[in-house]
Design a protein around this ligand. Structure first.
Ligand code: 13P
Length: 343
């Protein structure tokens, strides 16, 4: 199949449509087990299915969700009544996507750093995923902003992998979400996060260029420029918003249709407030700014559900609330008192 840039651009634009964002429901089996452990739920295939099924059946929540990133198991799963979960997402007017990286591995001779694996056989896997309904994909690379890290070796090696992944996706008419994530869970200050994020994005876009990736047919999923979670003093909402927009303007070409942030361990309300502050202060940026949150969309519904069938409605309500709050933030129309009204 030849690449169709018009189609890629149409999908990318739909993924970042005004007032909507992406649900990252692509936790690997290991990660979803960690989330379920927290709420005392056993991570069985059926529980994972039941949980994700109720999210995708939440009409009020899915209204604000342009696309859903799935894990390999989930893209093949069927709802209790036999409907493929992919169909539920499509019926909700949302686009199914798939995580295709195979996770991070230690980078040799580079203490505390990782390289993301998964390129071998990727072309063939993309063909299969497209057949299963995926119209976009995700690949995540991570960078440690502390103790003289990241190294150029790490930034360059991960940049090359992201670029080859993105090119392979486009060849198969799948929109790549390019996710270079500067991790947030250290004690670094915001200056360090800013400098590292700028370097990582500059290198990533250089590699995308060398790999002939069409910027019009991709979505960037970056971290925000933010103080580390363990920093003694953490920057406030306006500072995070301004520094993030400044770095993005310096690094992300206007041809990219949209930028969908990861939440990275921020609290749910923090992730919403930061996105809202950017959109409220900068209504005319060259790309749309929205969310592609995992934890910041799912922590509340997971807790409300806690694995009990009688709590599904409460779980759906919690999901719908977070999705609506983030939808408003993606349009710069969120207010803190909307949170209190719901509580
Ligand atoms: P978080 O929003 O929980 O960081 O997850 C987003 C994601 O997809 C990470 O790859």
């Amino acid at each position: 199949m030849g690449m169709d840039l018009g189609e890629l651009n149409r999908i990318a634009k739909a993924m970042v449509a005004k007032g909507k964002g992406i649900l990252a429901a692509d936790e690997s089996s290991g990660t979803i087990k960690k989330r379920f452990d927290k709420i005392g739920v056993e991570s069985t295939e059926e529980n994972r299915r039941d949980y994700r099924e109720f999210l995708f059946r939440s009409t009020d929540g899915m209204r604000h969700i342009s696309g859903v990133i799935l894990y390999d198991e989930t893209i093949r799963q069927k709802a209790k009544d036999g409907t493929p979960l992919v169909k539920l997402i499509e019926q909700a007017g949302s686009i199914p996507g798939i995580k295709v990286d195979k996770g991070t591995k230690p980078l040799p001779f580079s203490k505390d750093e990782t390289i993301t694996e998964g390129l071998d056989g990727l072309r063939e896997r993309l063909v299969e995923y497209r057949g299963l309904g995926a119209r976009f994909a995700k690949w995540r690379a991570t960078y440690t902003p502390t103790q003289g890290r990241p190294s150029y070796n790490c930034i360059n090696a991960n940049g090359q992998a992201l670029a080859r992944y993105a090119a392979l996706c486009q060849e198969e008419n799948i929109v790549p979400i390019v996710e270079p994530e500067v991790l947030m869970d250290f004690d670094n200050d915001i200056d360090t996060c800013e400098a590292v994020t700028e370097w990582v994005l500059k290198e990533t876009f250089a590699q995308l260029y060398y790999a002939n990736v069409a910027l019009e047919g991709m979505v960037l999923k970056p971290n925000m420029v933010i103080s580390g979670m363990k920093a003694e003093k953490r920057a406030g909402v306006q500072e995070v918003a301004e520094r993030t927009v400044k770095v993005l303007k310096r690094c992300v070409p206007a041809a990219v249709p949209g930028i969908a942030f990861l939440s990275g361990g921020q609290s749910e309300e923090e992730a919403t407030a930061h996105l809202n502050a950017m959109n409220a202060a900068h209504p005319n940026l060259p790309w749309s700014l929205t969310f592609s949150y995992g934890r910041a969309l799912q922590a509340a519904p997971q807790k409300a559900w806690s694995g009990r069938a009688e709590n599904v409605t409460a779980g759906q309500k919690a999901f719908a609330h977070r999705a609506r709050m983030n939808g408003l933030a993606a349009a710069g129309q969120w207010k803190a008192d909307l949170e209190k009204q719901a509580a």
